[in-house]
Design a protein around this ligand. Structure first.
Ligand code: FAD
Length: 363
């Protein structure tokens, strides 16, 4: 379906497929032009259960379909959450239809896990904002129609108390703004990604998302909404790896019997299945709690940590079950092994999930 296409073409084709089957409508709240989905505390929110269901299925089939699906939501949610009515009406229905491509820009060379290090500065002059600085590891860089950007509006990088609370502000920046350039780089999985350079980018105050100084709250609320879906994608990749392993071990013969006749390998399959089911139940628990409007900090951190670490382990076992074929470029399990790795890093690394969970348990 997407094979043989270069990364940009594959990303665009994936988006067109998702738009055609109307899945992108799940990434935008019903109140702002998205699909009507049940069981939500408010129709101004996206359904985490729906995001998770979609991502588990998409990741089972294709990492590119998964990333293009979720970025529409992640990149546009700050607008749904904190944009003006005019901005919501202009952008969000077009995100839901696939006409506009969204991206979410927090990370900088010196600000990854610690957003208090954000140095990209937005200064207000004569009613407009001027942005200067660099963002990196931005999914959809270069193909997005717009970026939701977290910028520093006061204080100094690394000097804030509370990791940037009060000093950062979120903006909607159109990709064609003068002074904004994107350069692409590659990561190990199929993922359109790159760096953004802001060189005196001027935007109107109407592009501000929320109050000045409240950008970190908007960014964290966005992550709180979407983080569980990273875990669901991990489960999708892992389930595919388990299915691939079962099929291979049943058919591949060595020492005159199928590999699946060896107890050691059968134990592997049992453990893969049990760990995956545990991760799926954690995702269901977290998604239900977030959709009910609960705080759910522990549930989300547990689901992200366990599902992404489990998926990496499962995909690694699948590579082992395939022997040499497991590392041959182009094999399904080789792709799954690469696809899953970044999930332990983005939207809060595994270590950050442990810090969050421990804080909830101890403090
Ligand atoms: C494929 C991919 C897509 C991405 N897409 C986006 C995107 O669209 N938008 C965006 O803004 N960003 C994006 N990112 C960036 C991602 O969010 C960051 O990479 C992530 O937050 C980690 O930051 P860092 O890479 O600077 O690592 P660092 O923060 O430098 O961390 C390095 C290591 O140190 C550990 N560490 C850090 N602090 C602590 C601590 N206090 N205690 C213990 N361990 C710690 C981390 O867990 C990690 O293992 C993406 C990254 C990847 C890989």
């Amino acid at each position: 379906m997407l094979e043989g296409l270069d990364e940009t073409a594959a990303a665009r084709k994936a988006l067109a497929i998702l738009a055609e089957v109307e899945l992108l409508r799940w990434t935008v709240p019903h109140a702002f032009g998205g699909a009507r989905l049940d069981g939500l505390a408010s129709d101004r929110d996206v359904s985490v259960r729906a995001l998770c269901a979609a991502r588990a299925e998409l990741a089972y089939r294709s990492g590119m379909l998964d990333v293009m699906f979720v970025m529409q939501g992640l990149g546009s949610y700050p607008i749904a959450r904190a944009g003006s009515d005019a901005l919501r009406a202009e952008i969000l229905p077009r995100v839901a239809s696939g006409e506009r491509i969204a991206a979410f820009a927090l990370t900088e060379p010196e600000a990854g896990s610690d957003l208090g290090g954000i140095a990209l500065r937005a200064e207000k002059r004569a009613g407009a904002w001027r942005l200067n600085g660099v963002k990196t590891f931005i999914s959809n860089a270069g193909i997005a129609s717009f970026y939701t950007v977290l910028a520093r509006t006061s204080g100094e990088p690394g000097a804030d108390r509370d990791g940037g609370k009060g000093s950062l502000t979120m903006f909607h920046v159109p990709a064609n703004a003068r002074g904004l350039t994107a350069t692409r780089f590659e990561v190990i999985g199929p993922h359109p990604i790159g760096e953004l350079h802001f060189d005196g980018v001027e935007i109107d105050d109407a592009e501000r998302l929320g109050a000045v100084g409240e950008g970190l709250d908007v960014a964290l609320a966005t992550l709180a909404r979407f983080r569980t879906s990273v875990a669901a994608a991990a489960n999708g990749f892992a389930r595919r790896a388990l299915d691939e392993s079962i099929a291979r071990l049943k058919t591949r013969k060595q020492f005159s019997k199928p590999l699946a006749a060896n107890q050691g390998l059968r134990f592997d399959l049992a453990e893969m299945d049990a760990r995956l089911r545990g991760a799926e139940l954690l995702v269901a628990e977290a998604a239900d709690a977030v959709d009910r409007g609960e705080r759910a900090v522990k549930e989300v951190a547990r689901a992200k940590l366990v599902a992404t670490e489990t998926a990496s382990w499962i995909c690694d076992r699948a590579v082992q079950h395939f022997g040499g074929l497991g590392v041959k470029k182009g094999s399904v399990v080789e792709r799954l092994f690469r696809d899953t790795r970044a999930l332990r890093i983005y939207e809060g690394t595994s270590e950050i999930q442990k810090l969050i969970l421990a804080r909830e348990l101890v403090d």
